[in-house]
Design a protein around this ligand. Structure first.
Ligand SMILES: CC(C)(COP(=O)(O)OP(=O)(O)OC[C@H]1O[C@@H](n2cnc3c(N)ncnc32)[C@H](O)[C@@H]1OP(=O)(O)O)[C@@H](O)C(=O)NCCC(=O)NCCS
Length: 183
C-alpha cells in the first residue's frame, strides 16, 4: 500500500468529517451522537496544530486513509504534559497493514520532541480492535469506567489506556509549540 504521512491542512476537514461521520452511527467507536459540521473540523485542525500534531495518511491518489491528532487530557496546568489521542482509519482503508501503527509512530515521535510525557487512549469497552491495537503499541489499561455514556438506547463503558513516551524524571519544560519541532 502506497501512502505518505503528512501534517493535516485546513482543506482536509471534509475528509476528516466524512471518516469520523462513518463511525458516529455505531455504538463501539465513539460517544459522539451528532457529527459536527465541516467548519468545526476545520477549526479543530487549525487549533490542534498550535499545540499537538494532527497527521493524515494519504494514498497516491490523494485520498485520506486515516488521521491522528492530540488534545489536552484535562484543562488544568499541571496536566499539560499529557495528551489524549484520537486515531481513525477510513472504513474502506486497508486494515491490518500497519497504517495506524505508522501514524502512531510519527505522532509519538513529534510529541516526544515537544516534551510531552504520556499518551492516553479512551476506548469504548466493546472496541476490541482498538484495544488490541493499543496493546500492540505498548499501551497499558489503567481504568475501566462502567456506564460512562448512554448511546443508542444503552449505557456503555470506556477503557483508559496509557503509554509513556518521555522520561518522568526531573522538572519538565513547558511543551514546545508544534511549529518549534516541525517545518
Ligand atoms: C483500530 C484501528 C485504528 C487499527 O488500524 P490498523 O491500521 O488496521 O492497525 P495496524 O495494522 O497498525 O495494527 C497493528 C496491530 O494492532 C492489532 N490490531 C489492529 N486491528 C486489530 C483487529 N481488528 N483485531 C485484533 N487486533 C488488531 C494487531 O496486533 C495489529 O498487528 P498485526 O496486524 O500484525 O496482528 C482501525 O481498525 C480503525 O480505525 N478502526 C475504526 C476506528 C477506531 O476504532 N478507532 C479507534 C478509536 S479509540
Amino acid at each position: 500500500m502506497d501512502y505518505r504521512i503528512r501534517l493535516a491542512a485546513e482543506n482536509d476537514a471534509q475528509a476528516v468529517h466524512d471518516i469520523y461521520g462513518a463511525y458516529v452511527p455505531l455504538d463501539y467507536v465513539t460517544f459522539t451522537v451528532d457529527n459536527p459540521d465541516v467548519e468545526s473540523y476545520r477549526q479543530k485542525i487549525v487549533n490542534t496544530l498550535e499545540k499537538y500534531p494532527f497527521l493524515v495518511a494519504e494514498n497516491s491518489d490523494g485520498k485520506i486513509l486515516g488521521y491522528v491528532y492530540g488534545s489536552p487530557l484535562r484543562p488544568h496546568d499541571a496536566y499539560q504534559w499529557n495528551v489524549e489521542w484520537t486515531i481513525v482509519l477510513a472504513p474502506d482503508a486497508p486494515k491490518r497493514c500497519g497504517i495506524a501503527s505508522a501514524l502512531y509512530r510519527e505522532f509519538a515521535e513529534i510529541l516526544e520532541k515537544q516534551g510531552y510525557r504520556y499518551i492516553y487512549g479512551v476506548l469504548v469497552d466493546t472496541n476490541e480492535a482498538s484495544l488490541e491495537f493499543h496493546k500492540s503499541l505498548g499501551f497499558s489499561e489503567v481504568g475501566h469506567f462502567e456506564n460512562a455514556g448512554f448511546k443508542l438506547g444503552k449505557w456503555r463503558g470506556i477503557r483508559w489506556l496509557v503509554k509513556r513516551i518521555g522520561t518522568s524524571e526531573g522538572e519538565p519544560h513547558k511543551p514546545l509549540k508544534l511549529s518549534e519541532v516541525v517545518d
